[in-house]
Design a protein around this ligand. Structure first.
Ligand code: CUK
Ligand code: CUA
Length: 637
């Protein structure tokens, strides 16, 4: 891996190599030596090459008299955008305010999380089915009419081939679906014309079905492109292809979905996978696939209606050759082009979506749909857009963001002597994903670009062998790109989307609409209690249900009694009807903790101590001046 640090003129020359000890004292001396005490902000500006920012009172708008946008969000002010970040192998989603880059929330999805009790509560256990690890890469929101409709966030789990959904009103995970016949579920993308299908790619090819056959004959392995209904979260169909499917994108019309395939060789070793100079962008013809599914022209693959589209191009799948081991696929906000970032080729391939129908009809060759292939740098991974005809590609090996013009690239490809590359800016370091404000919608607004850098090296105080990653914010409103903020982040955000804040509406107290409330209501009905008022212990043999309320600063019961080894289920309803009045419920020595938001119900099940004794339960969320007194005793006798 090339180290950009030595070349980088905008950072001090510290020993920031990943394989050497990081010398922060050099950086600190540099700061102090440059007069940080009296001119700290001037030094900071020199370091990042920024124009001066507006003062604390200048708000989120552009600071008068200065170039570029103001990133300073003063105390009491709010960000213009919600950023939805995947948390990678932390298994979560994070919400980041943009441009402040402040972390607003973490949404547990495929992970166990102590504060909320996700992974411990009965509902989350039902969704997780015993799995407490996950690997989220791609977060996308549901669409209507080419832009976000404010309803759902979808996210993949690469580790266990799952798709999860978060309801935006509550920012809580409400569904998780297993994707059969898939491993390494990686790229996902919802349809953009309406809340329709969510398409999911399997990056790892496996025997189909994976029941012990063909294990030693990788030539028989296949990948799957899976359609999941974004409303019901049911698996609708799968298409089997011979290639591995990496990143995913959809068009704006509902006609196609796209997948990059970096291993058209069908290799199982690194060397085999890198063999060919051309790999593919797979184009899935969604209408033809749906027609075949409706007409019953499918095979059954572990209960899923599947089309076997392995081998040659067909009415279902077209393979557009592009160099080499492409990674990201991104559709421009005007809906005209899908752009594959070349990874092992220093190029991006621009495919004109309007030509695909002719290619499917056999009138032109798939490769004829490629209308530009600009050289953008070494290791292009992902591409974002500003809605003004420009593309911004993250370049991993060079550690730069490259700004280029799509029309100029097309003209250059036709032979005209024009240079499509408009600017390159150093990022720190080894950038993976990039995205821009509203970039994945028809309303891309060209305000903020983020570079999700895999390495931060010398950019932050060192914190041991595991280093931070660096989410950098870039002002994209000027001709030249300008890095304006470093954001240390815990591994590993892969991707993000940046959403105008008016499109996101959340509720302050639970509306009790989610499916999980039907579960508690069913139990309460069977036990003849009302969740909102009941404080009651219901025993059936060794199983004990404890219905309880909370209202600051008291639980509805000061004590309850169970017997040693009982299976205890706490069903707790927070009857406070005030914003931000959340309570927690923890039981000492029992590994029990959960969060109950205002007007919410949560439940958790555990085995009571096998020996007699007193065990305090207490509120874990600071809710009241008498929060510490908000506790009671579980008596085991
Ligand atoms: S992938 Cu990680 S940098 Cu999973 Cu979208 Cu490209
Ligand atoms: Cu209730 Cu703290």
């Amino acid at each position: 891996m090339k180290d950009r640090n030595d070349k980088d003129a905008t950072t001090p020359k510290t020993k920031g190599h990943r394989d050497k000890e990081v010398d922060v004292s050099g950086r600190r001396n540099f700061l102090v030596g440059a007069g940080a005490v009296i001119g700290g902000s001037a030094v900071a500006l020199k370091l990042t090459g920024c124009a001066p920012q507006g003062g604390a009172d200048s708000g989120a708008g552009a600071a008068a008299g200065h170039e570029g946008q103001n990133i300073h969000i003063a105390p009491g002010q709010m960000d213009d955008y919600y950023g939805f970040w995947s948390g990678g192998h932390s298994g979560e989603i994070r919400i980041i305010g943009v441009p402040s880059m402040r972390e607003l929330k973490r949404i547990p999805v495929f992970n166990r999380e102590s504060a909320s009790g996700w992974g411990s509560t009965d509902f989350s256990k039902k969704l997780l089915k015993g799995r407490l690890a996950g690997d989220t890469h791609h977060v996308h929101l549901s669409y209507t009419g080419g832009t976000y409709d404010g309803r759902y966030v979808y996210v993949n789990d690469k580790m266990s081939a799952r798709l999860a959904r978060v309801r935006i009103a509550t920012m809580e995970t409400d569904k998780i679906v297993d994707i059969p016949n898939a491993q390494g579920t990686h790229g996902i993308f919802p349809q953009r014309h309406k809340t329709g299908l969510v398409l999911c790619n399997s990056e790892f090819r496996i025997p189909q079905p994976n029941d012990g056959r063909d294990m030693h004959d990788p030539s028989k392995y296949a990948g799957t492109h899976t359609a999941i209904d974004g409303e019901t979260m049911e698996v609708k169909w799968q298409v089997l292809v011979e290639g591995n499917l990496d990143l995913c994108a959809t068009d704006y019309e509902g006609n196609y979905s796209f997948a990059s395939c970096y291993n058209s060789e069908g290799g199982v070793t690194l060397e085999e996978m890198m063999g060919a100079d051309l790999d593919h962008v797979y184009v899935f013809n969604l209408k033809a696939i749906q027609a075949a599914v409706d007409a019953g022209k499918t095979i059954d693959l572990n209960g899923v209606k599947a089309i076997d589209a392995r081998g040659a191009d067909s009415e279902y799948v077209l393979r557009v050759p592009v160099p080499k081991s492409p990674h990201g696929v991104n559709v421009s906000p005007d809906g005209k082009y899908v752009i594959a970032s070349g990874k092992l080729s220093p190029t991006c391939s621009v495919i004109e979506i309007g030509k695909l129908a002719d290619a499917f009809a056999g009138k032109i060759k798939p490769r004829d749909c490629v209308v530009a292939e600009p050289e953008v740098g070494l290791g292009p991974l992902h591409t974002a857009f500003d809605g003004k005809g420009n593309a911004y590609t993250s370049i991993f090996i060079d550690s730069v963001m490259t700004k280029w013009n799509i029309d100029k690239a097309i003209r250059q490809f036709k032979g005209e002597d024009v240079n499509p590359i408009l600017d390159k800016v150093d990022v720190h370091y080894q950038v993976g994903h990039t995205n821009a404000s509203m970039s994945e919608t028809k309303d891309a607004d060209g305000k903020w670009l983020v570079a999700l850098c895999k390495f931060s090296k010398d950019r932050f105080l060192p914190v041991g062998p595991l280093q931070h990653e660096n989410d950098q914010l870039i002002d994209m409103t000027m001709d030249k790109l300008k890095v304006v903020h470093d954001g240390a982040t815990y591994p590993e955000p892969h991707d993000c989307v940046i959403v105008a804040r008016d499109l996101i509406k959340t509720i302050q107290v639970q509306d009790r609409k989610d499916d999980r409330f039907r579960m508690y209501e069913k139990w309460a009905k069977a036990d003849g209690v009302d969740l909102m008022t009941a404080n009651k212990v219901v025993r059936k043999g060794k199983k004990v249900r404890v219905y309880m309320t909370s209202q600051a600063p008291k639980f509805g019961m000061n004590e309850f009694t169970v017997r040693p080894g009982d299976e205890v289920q706490i069903i707790l309803t927070n009857i406070d009807n005030v914003a931000d009045l959340s309570h927690g419920f923890a039981v000492c020595q029992h590994d029990v903790n959960m969060l109950i938001n205002p007007q919410d119900t949560q439940s958790i099940t555990f085995t009571a101590s096998k020996t007699r004794g007193v065990f305090w339960y207490y509120c874990t969320w600071f809710c009241h001046a008498l929060h510490l007194e908000m506790r009671g005793r579980m008596i085991v006798e």
